[in-house]
Design a protein. Sequence first.
Length: 138
Amino acid sequence: MDTKTALARLNSVCKNTLMETLGIEIIEVSNDKVVASMPVTSKVHQPDGVLHGGATVALAETVGSYASVLSIDTETQMVRGIEITANHLGSVKEGKVIATATPIHKGKTTHLWEIKIVDEQNKLISHCKLTTIVLSKR
């Protein structure tokens, strides 16, 4: 699948989902990378006015899961997240954050993704790891 088609497909399936609610947009895809952005507004703030860690983790799981989806046969297989970890290293009040998922391991049944989330100045905000499992569709 070419890049334009993959981008359009991934963004189209975000309609009426958490990704649309959070404003997550997939902006780059390749065989070994998925990049997405998310606006930082009051919609994703915690009470003290900075980006909520839960919204950050939702962004991380989105890019990691989509990266796995691009690595499988979606006609016969599906992906589910089975573990995610996040280290929040900085805070953001406004603007946007960018998440990049790259593979650590892509096996037949499990994938492990490193996800780095940075602000617009490329400052590391969160470092995450996502493990996904590849399942057969029934």
